[in-house]
Design a protein around this ligand. Sequence first.
Ligand code: AMP
Length: 177
Amino acid sequence: MVQEVSIEYLKDQIRNVPDFPKHGIQFKDITTVLKQAELFSYIVDATVEIYKDKNISKLVCIEARGFILGGAIAARLGAGFVPIRKPGKLPAEVLRKEYSLEYGTDTLEIHKDAIETGDTLLLHDDLLATGGTAHAATELLHAFKPKKIYINFFCELDFLKGREMLANYDISSLIHF
Ligand code: AMP
């Protein structure tokens, strides 16, 4: 049972921080939501409701804010948890994907033994902006030839059209800006 919380209320509880981490970015700070017990469990419940019949075997979550809700969602779905991390953080052998940012590049890594061919995956992050990060993550996941990849975000910045980079996937976001 998903307890009733209005999406508008939830949206209002996200703090906007102008010019963080750099000038011109309006940062969506979700810590103001996460600290409220009823909102935290509402987000987890609402996400579990979407995926509970999809036979998700692993939640693949992107460092670092993707880990927070992702861990709770994984436990509730009865799925395993797989981290995708920034370079040099994972201790064993990794697959690596470099991708372009507005200025420069960034890199994501996943353990080589993290996923099996039969897995049905739910890729999760806190927020979809331009889609570059999630797209790079899907490229890492394809190397494992999983059965299916679903994608979920807590928030999506619709005006940045990140979804267009992820056009071939089944995507859901709880909050849209
Ligand atoms: P992108 O690759 O542009 O879709 O950016 C997504 C990643 O950057 C996610 O891991 C987000 O946590 C973070 N991010 C990008 N823009 C914002 C924003 N305005 N507020 C909060 N996090 C953001």
